[in-house]
Design a protein around this ligand. Structure first.
Ligand SMILES: CC(C)(COP(=O)(O)OP(=O)(O)OC[C@H]1O[C@@H](n2cnc3c(N)ncnc32)[C@H](O)[C@@H]1OP(=O)(O)O)[C@@H](O)C(=O)NCCC(=O)NCCS
Length: 286
């Protein structure tokens, strides 16, 4: 293989990175007869510029013979950093470009003294599972990506409303109780983007969601908090919401409400990880 070099992504790389992202996920999905995580080149070309342009997301591209052949992202908004999406042009996959892109962001995380890095891996992707495990990631939690029609369900005693900046403290506190750290950077962005919502019960704010979609995470005191939040969604964005499959009560509730399992995924972590003390749903990042 001709030598591959890495450099920070620039906004003008977005179209080619978006195209690679679409083709990489689409090729993988077609090979296994699953729906693709990235449904169109247009959708990838829409979200990649946002990632490249975000001040707290590090973006890197791999170049071979002056041509961009892959990209990776490191979400640095919180204490725990999130990796992905990583994609390599199908024409050059299986020739160590993915490894280079992963090692690069792991080095950067180490330089920043990050206490932990995480990602969610598509379970049928043998290549990424092997690569991440060899790099030191540990599989922590099986996840079911679920999709379907909005449930339009309310849970008595639980009211869902849009989150505001005034809710940040109580939401961060809830996240801290469950995970041992908050996700303040993402939550702040979600409030600004008007995708965040909280659930209130007799005890005040008892849960929140940055979004009911593939890229949103959810925290609650009890499963009723999560049910109220899921039940309030107008739609489930992207591939769907990620349900920790070992939360049998919630998983069955989603099945009973006609959500379909799209694919299995795995939460993988390196560095600090606390067994969650409460109920939660990860985003596709972690
Ligand atoms: C996942 C992806 C980024 C990996 O990039 P890549 O350039 O193909 O991967 P690399 O060649 O650098 O590394 C793959 C590693 O996994 C190993 N591997 C691949 N398939 C394997 C298998 N079935 N069993 C064991 N090991 C396997 C390879 O031997 C290699 O290990 P090595 O680095 O120790 O030699 C790329 O395949 C891709 O873009 N896939 C589609 C998008 C995607 O799924 N992204 C990840 C989302 S979780």
């Amino acid at each position: 293989m001709n030598s591959v070099s890495l450099r920070p992504a620039r906004q003008e790389d977005a179209p080619v990175c978006g195209d690679i992202c679409f083709r990489a996920f689409n090729t993988l999905a077609q090979r296994h007869n699953f729906p693709s995580d990235v449904t169109s080149a247009e959708s990838a070309i829409e979200f990649i510029p946002e990632l490249i342009g975000h001040p707290d997301i590090y973006a890197v591209v791999a170049e071979q013979d002056g041509r961009v052949v892959g990209s990776n992202f490191l979400d640095e908004r919180n204490l725990i950093l999130g990796i992905g999406p990583i994609t390599v042009d199908p024409d050059v996959q299986a020739s160590s470009v993915g490894r280079l892109l992963m090692e690069h962001v792991l080095d950067r995380a180490q330089e920043q003294c990050a206490v932990g890095v995480r990602l969610c891996q598509v379970a049928f992707n043998n290549s990424s599972l092997s690569l991440y495990s060899k790099l030191g990631f540990q599989l922590r939690e099986p996840l079911s990506a679920m999709q379907g029609n909005p449930l339009d369900v309310t849970i008595p005693g639980y009211q869902v409303r849009a989150a505001t900046m005034e809710d940040l403290e109580s939401c961060n506190d809830l996240c801290h109780r469950v995970h041992g750290h908050d996700r303040c950077g993402e939550l702040r962005d979600a409030v600004t983007d008007h995708t965040a919502r909280v659930v209130e019960s007799r005890e005040g704010v008892t849960g929140y969601a940055t979004n009911l979609s593939y890229d949103g995470h959810v925290i609650g005191r009890t499963n009723d908090d999560l049910k109220a939040l899921i039940g309030s969604a107008d739609a489930f964005g992207g591939t769907g919401i990620l349900i920790p499959t070992r939360n049998t009560e919630l998983f069955r509730w989603c099945l009973d409400h006609k959500l379909q399992v799209v694919q299995q995924m795995s939460l993988m972590t390196m560095g600090l990880y606390n067994e969650p003390q409460g109920v939660w749903m990860p985003s596709v990042s972690y």
